[in-house]
Ligand binder design. Sequence first.
Ligand code: GDP
Length: 316
Amino acid sequence: MRRALVTGITGQTGSYLAELLAAHGWEVHGAVRTAGETAPTGAPTLHVADLARPDEIATVIDRVRPDAVFHLGGLTSVAESWTDPAAYAVTIGGSTASILATARRLGDAGHEVRVVNASSAEVFGRAAEQPQTASTPIAPVTPYGAAKALGHRLVKMYRETGVPAANGILFNHESPRRPLAFVTRKITHGVALIAAGRAPSITLGNLDARRDWGWAPDYAEALRLAVDAPGDYIIATGVSHSVRDFVAAAFAAVGIDDWQQLVLQDPRFMRPNDAPEQRGDPAATEAALSWRRTVDFEGMVAAMVAADLAALADRA
Ligand code: GDP
């Protein structure tokens, strides 16, 4: 039985990945920031490691001796990374360095540790090329992107010097488990509240940003497949939509076509250096990993709105 250690296991994609790995026969361990966090299905064993102290994850790897570390943990907000860039640099970049150095040390001692790192579309910044591929220049324009870029480059250099490590370059990935701080869940939750007559409107920032939004469980599957094929993989759908398109699709899912007066804009939700478009080309990943997404944009929006409506009905 192969043993996996998943950082970020209580997060959206980490929880889907833990379930997938367990279903594929892995023994799943999770790293959590504080004791008392709840294990997702299929992850019986949790270990405490605060990624803000990169030596702690090294200690956990030494204790668990996993066959693979899936590194999804770290701070997640591009907007907030401007307020505490040092914390982002350490919890994302520093933790990745610590994991790779530990994998190298255990590997040199005869126990191979594979690493799959959750890299991000943010490493490309305001990319001149559309769509982005694994060879698009790394040129982040946010502290979050810079921290992810450090992790990304470390994975590449450790791989080139013998550690079996992969980067899954994740474009935005969404599901009913997405926290409300992300625009997609903010919209589907807000639309469900409006449809239920419990909120008058939603307040958003930049409606023109275009993102390549995919289904988080599909992306967890790509990370699972990458463990046996070290490399850099774009994990994306190849199609971008604007925030406005997402809003329209979410309102359409509850039968509201005339939504313009239900959406307000507030500069508070605008960001410095918001990339106008992120769109990834998944062709090379599809070929190398025999991976295919199973849910399209409309299916994803409809599933998220349905889950938010059901949750409201449960609580009513
Ligand atoms: P991110 O790409 O990981 O930062 O994911 P988000 O879901 O937070 O943001 C996606 C895009 O939505 C960005 O271009 C944001 O500027 C844009 N956006 C527009 N309005 C909002 C809002 O109210 N909240 C958030 N989080 N993003 C917004």
